[in-house]
Design a binder for this molecule. Structure first.
Ligand SMILES: *Cc1c(COP(=O)(O)O)cnc(C)c1O
Length: 355
């Protein structure tokens, strides 16, 4: 490699390859093994698998740290929360991802932590809460309300107060936001979403730029056994190769759809943070109409999850675990890479069928 700093779209393609030696495969192979020959980096596959390394290398290079893959995004979240001392204070956004909030509420209810929920887009209140916390749990944009946090202000406050910061970077991806550069100690991902990009696996990751923190998280993974599968990490390494082009295309689609939805008099508001692939909107006709709308798409699939090549939507509050802070009629639209005119024609037909 040259001494030049590579652009992220090149890193997604070039990083995490086996050494270029005669006869070696260009892609890291899938290693199906429980035991490895002793005297290497590991001899039992709960502690390491060469297939994990390829994906971890790419993601680490993109975020500017070292990555560790986990069985799921939620397993990655758990590993970071495990580092909070007993009785420690955790600050988190009121409207964060339901799975993360469920983990936090569970720990708070059992007396392991004290939970302090804040409006993450209220920077003054957030900074005050960060200063009083042991761990600041940040999601920006939040899922599904798309609220934004001021990572610079949070990083500075955390630095002054000695608070650890973890940012869930699932929605932005390292191509749009690199939290470690703003002083975050940990980044977590649901790799099930944009990074793998094809709605065909469950996987998570933690990234840090501190060797001690990396070792602590690796230890959690081995202790808890929340390890990724070789096949899933292979698919994730394959999927992340096209992240830059998928994101560019889906993002352009999302910006255009947001503009058109905002102009529709059947839509009471449409929110889009200006980057990423997710739109949140509500209908003037209310939650029931929202439920009907999301069940009638032909191109846009009625499904949970997000970040795949296909457009999907759902009314989030149909799920019993969704926080009550999320509006009853909120539709989360995950924009895919289809032709934007085909997506819009589908949405227009669904809207017309309502009235
Ligand atoms: C989906 C998601 C998670 C959880 O990840 P899984 O891979 O489903 O376990 C965490 N955070 C955000 C923002 C998510 O969207």
């Amino acid at each position: 490699m040259t001494g030049r700093e590579l652009s992220p779209s090149t890193i997604t393609v070039a990083s995490g390859r086996p050494p270029r030696e005669p006869g070696r495969p260009m892609n890291a192979p899938i290693t199906m093994a429980s035991a490895l020959i002793p005297d290497g980096p590991t001899e039992y596959a709960r502690f390491g698998n060469p297939t994990w390394d390829s994906f971890e290398q790419v993601l680490g290079d993109l975020e500017g740290g070292r990555a560790l893959a986990f069985a799921s995004g939620v397993a990655a979240v758990s590993a970071v929360l495990d580092l909070v001392p007993l009785g420690g204070i955790v600050m988190a956004p009121r409207g964060a991802y339901a799975g993360s909030l469920n983990l936090l509420h569970d720990r708070a209810k059992r007396g392991f932590i004290e939970l302090n929920l804040v409006d993450i887009d209220d920077t003054e209140a957030t900074v005050a809460a960060v200063e009083a916390a042991d761990l600041a749990w940040i999601e920006t944009p939040t899922n599904p309300e798309l609220k934004l946090a001021d990572l610079g202000a949070i990083g500075a406050a955390a630095d002054r107060a000695g608070t650890a910061v973890c940012v869930d970077n699932t929605f932005a991806t390292p191509l749009r936001q690199r939290p470690l550069e703003h002083g975050a100690d940990f980044v977590v991902h649901s790799v099930s979403k944009l990074l793998s990009g094809h709605s065909d696996l469950i996987l998570g990751a933690v990234v840090t730029n501190d060797d001690r923190a990396h070792d602590l998280i690796a230890q959690r993974r081995s202790l808890m056994g929340a390890i990724p599968g070789a096949f899933e990490t292979f698919l994730a390494a394959r999927g992340i190769r096209t992240l830059a082009v998928r994101l560019d295309r889906a993002e352009a689609n999302a910006a255009e759809l947001h503009a058109r939805l905002s102009r529709s008099d059947q839509v009471s508001y449409a929110r889009y943070p200006g980057f990423g692939t997710i739109i949140a909107f509500e209908l003037t006709a209310g939650p029931e109409a929202a439920e009907t709308l999301t069940r009638t798409g032909n191109i846009v699939v009625h499904a949970t999850s997000l970040g795949g090549v296909e457009s999907t939507w759902e009314r989030r509050r149909r799920l019993p675990a969704e926080p009550l802070d999320v509006p009853e009629g909120l539709i989360r639209l995950s924009v895919g890479i289809e032709d934007v005119e085909d997506i819009w024609a589908d949405i227009t037909e669904c809207l017309a069928a309502l009235s």
